[in-house]
Every structure is written in C-alpha cells, then in structure tokens.
Design a protein around this ligand. Structure first.
Ligand SMILES: Cc1cc2nc3c(=O)[nH]c(=O)nc-3n(C[C@H](O)[C@H](O)[C@H](O)COP(=O)(O)OP(=O)(O)OC[C@H]3O[C@@H](n4cnc5c(N)ncnc54)[C@H](O)[C@@H]3O)c2cc1C
Length: 393
C-alpha cells in the first residue's frame, strides 16, 4: 500500500488532518487500531476554542456543530460560597467557545472521510514506523489478522499518548518535560439538564469540582479525587452529595440530580516531547503533549498541530519550500507551552494539593480574588481560555 501521508490514529488530530489534506488534494491513509464504535463512543473533551470552531467550519465539518453545539460566552468561578462570571466577549473583543463533544466532532469527521476522503482503516494497528529519517518512511501495521506495510512520503503520528510513533525517535534525540499530579478527576455523565447554563469551576476546601454539559439534557460533572481512585468505589448518591457540597453557594442555587450513565477516573498529567519531528515523521496532538484537562486545551492543541502541518505541506507543494515544515516543531511548541502554562495555572489555582498548608490555601484564594477583582487578570484568563492564535504563541 502506498500514499503521500500516512496518518496513525483516528482521534480528532488524525481525522481532521485527513480532512484538511483531502481538501488540499493531497492523498492520505488513516490507520486506527480500534473499531469505529469505540472511537465514536469514547467520552473526552467538550470545549472547542473559537479557533477550533473556525477551522472545523472552514474544513466543511461544522454543519452539525453549528446546529447542535452550544455557544458559551463565559464561565463561572466559584469559591468561598461566592460566584463570579468571566465574560469572554466583553474581555476579549468578542471571542467565545463552543460546547460540542469530541465524540460528535469525531463522528462528523469519520462520516466525511468515509463519504469523500481516502482510506480510513479501522482495527488497523500500527506496529512501528520505520526509516523515518529517509525519503521513504514506512508504517508496519496489522489489519484483519495480516501484517502489511504502508509506504509513505510523510508519516504523522496522531496516535495519542500510548501510541507507537514517539518510539520511532532515536534515544537521545527527544527530550521529555513532565509533571504528574497527585490527584485525578472522577467524571460522570448524567441524564439531567445542566444546573447552570455555563461551565462552573469550583474551588473548595474538600477539592475541585467542575460542572459541564454535553447537551441541554446531558450533564458532565467532575470531582477531584485522590490518585488511584476506583470510579466503581463511589456510589451514585455519594457522588451527588459531594458535588453538592463543593458547589455550595450563599444564594439559593441548586444542583439537579439525575441518573448517572457513565463514571470514569482520569489521571492528571502535563507532558511535552521535544522536538515533534524526526526526519519525515511528525508528531501531533496527544502523541506529543498532554495537558491536565482543567484548561480544556488538549483537543484544541491537537487541532493547532494538524493545521500547522497541513499548511506546511501545502506550502511545500505550492512553492517547493520546506521552510514551514522545518519550523513545524518550533511553531507548534510556542503555542503548546502557552497552553501548558495556562493548564498548570488553572490546575494549581483550583485543586486542593494533598498536604497544602494554610499559607498555600490563602495564596490560592488571593489568586482567585485577583482574577475576580482585576480586569487585567481576568482578561488574561479569558484570552487563554478562548484560545491562543494558531500561528503564534
Ligand atoms: C476526561 C477528559 C476530558 C478532556 N476534556 C478536554 C476538553 O474539555 N477540551 C480539550 O481540548 N481537551 C480535553 N481533553 C483532552 C482531549 O480529549 C485530547 O487531547 C484529544 O483526544 C487528543 O486528540 P488526539 O487525536 O491527539 O489523540 P486521541 O484522541 O488519543 O486519539 C489517538 C487515536 O490513535 C489511536 N491509536 C493509538 N495507538 C495506535 C496504533 N498503534 N495504531 C493505530 N492507531 C492507534 C487510538 O485508538 C486513538 O483513536 C480531555 C481528555 C480527557 C481524558
């Protein structure tokens, strides 16, 4: 099998890249280790930055998002039983975000790829990327019980944190920057209308809580829990009781309860692999970097990477100049480190660190007071939340 761009992974990064290349007339093959139902069901991100929304629309993948997505013009910060709304358009000159689940983005892109695009092979597991530093890189993969080889001009590893692409970098070439946090998020999906029409980020002495949503009738809620927590160990009523405690306000706000349809625990990690290119192999999305979900940046960073790659390859085809491909890693990393910084800031602002001293607790509250009391500090948060531009940090 032969193609111009071999794409490993059909998460948002791989699927969007395939769409962008198709629109530019460049052929590509996508290899995905799981089946279609798994990819379309996996619950993850839900917040699309303004730039991501614009990219999906321009790629012809925004029709259902525009119909069913929920435009959000702000978030609420909650601490000390108080509520503070951050008004995005007012602080950023009109920017907002869209609540539209990653599962739906993937469904839309898969449907488009199967109807109009090149091959998308499910249950095709990449085993290794070979000859990445030559003009003819190859992906060895297994599909329907048989081993095969995909011969490419370029390979893009969009295979997430646990994929094989990163392993093709020679030892000693890559450098890893990493931080793990001693807590995770217990996330639930519940069949109940969201109790607030915007996301609520709550800092509480018992830990962080987040109220989010997937649609007008489905709530997504998270609780900070100790590292290694088993989701099954939490009873449904116990979860609602704890959420209620952490969201408590001084006014008459109420948390609506409903049937919990899914429970899982997500570990929290910051991770960056530099550089993001080795020869003709490029890393994109979670394959190269992870952010804790507090800043809602992971999916948006994946989008930024593949837009940068597609633009660079089109530039090469049109002008013969590899200049943009050569600066791929540097261009992406500028934006990635801004997102790493913001996600770290949001995480340490809102979560209770085990063993935090009273001094640290007071500092956390002082940081929240600063954001809610200073337009400059609040603008900084609003700009970062609604998204960093795709072409610079
Ligand atoms: C609970 C949670 C909440 C989140 N919330 C947000 C949010 O609100 N906003 C946000 O922007 N981000 C959020 N994120 C992060 C976001 O989901 C990820 O950053 C995003 O999925 C990255 O996309 P990707 O395509 O790079 O990787 P992935 O989505 O991980 O896709 C990688 C794909 O590669 C496939 N694959 C792996 N290995 C191989 C192989 N060897 N061969 C072939 N295929 C392979 C996998 O099956 C998978 O389909 C959240 C994440 C979690 C876990």
């Amino acid at each position: 099998m032969r193609t111009t761009v071999g794409i490993i992974g059909a998460g948002p990064a791989g699927l969007l890249l395939a769409r962008l290349l198709h629109n530019a007339g460049i052929d590509a093959v996508v290899l995905e280790s799981h089946d279609r139902a798994y990819v379309e069901r996996r619950q993850r991100a839900g917040i699309l930055e303004q730039g991501t929304v614009d990219v999906l629309r321009a790629a012809g993948a925004g029709r259902r998002m525009d119909r069913e997505g929920l435009r959000h013009d702000g978030i609420e910060l909650r601490f000390d039983r108080r509520r503070h709304r951050v008004d995005f358009p007012g602080l950023t000159g009109g920017r907002s975000v869209m609540v539209y689940a990653q599962t739906e983005v993937c469904k839309d892109l898969i449907a488009l790829q199967l109807e109009e695009g090149g091959p998308l092979l499910f249950e095709a597991e990449a085993l290794a990327v070979e000859d990445a530093d030559t003009h003819a890189p190859r992906v060895r993969f297994r599909h329907q019980g048989r081993e095969d080889v995909l011969e490419c001009s370029w390979v893009v590893g969009c295979d997430g944190f646990w994929g094989v692409s990163r392993r093709a970098f020679p030892a000693g070439l890559g450098q890893v920057f990493e931080r793990t946090y001693p807590f995770g998020w217990l996330g639930i999906l519940a069949d109940v209308a969201p109790s607030h029409d915007e996301l609520v980020y709550a800092r509480h002495d018992r830990g962080f809580a987040l109220l989010s949503m997937r649609s007008p009738s489905v709530s997504r809620l998270y609780l900070q829990v100790p590292d290694g927590t088993d989701a099954g160990a939490w009873g449904d009523e116990e979860i609602w009781d704890e959420l209620e405690r952490r969201f408590t306000t001084a006014d008459d706000w109420r948390l609506e309860r409903g049937p919990i349809t899914q429970k899982s625990v997500t570990p929290m990690r910051s991770f960056v692999h530099e550089p993001m290119r080795h020869g003709r192999l490029f890393l994109a999305g979670d394959a190269a970097h992870i952010v804790p979900p507090t800043g809602a940046k992971g999916l948006n960073l994946a989008v930024g990477d593949v837009v940068t790659f597609a633009r660079a390859l089109v530039h090469l085809e049109q002008t013969g100049s590899p200049e943009l491909l050569d600066s791929y890693s540097e261009t992406c990393l500028r934006r990635i480190w801004q997102a790493e910084r913001f996600s770290y800031d949001m995480t340490t602002l809102l979560h209770r660190l085990p063993g935090a001293t009273p001094f640290e607790d007071r500092l956390q509250l002082a940081r929240l007071e600063r954001i809610t009391g200073s337009r400059a500090a609040e603008t900084d948060l609003a700009e970062a939340y609604t998204g960093f531009p795709l072409d610079r940090g």
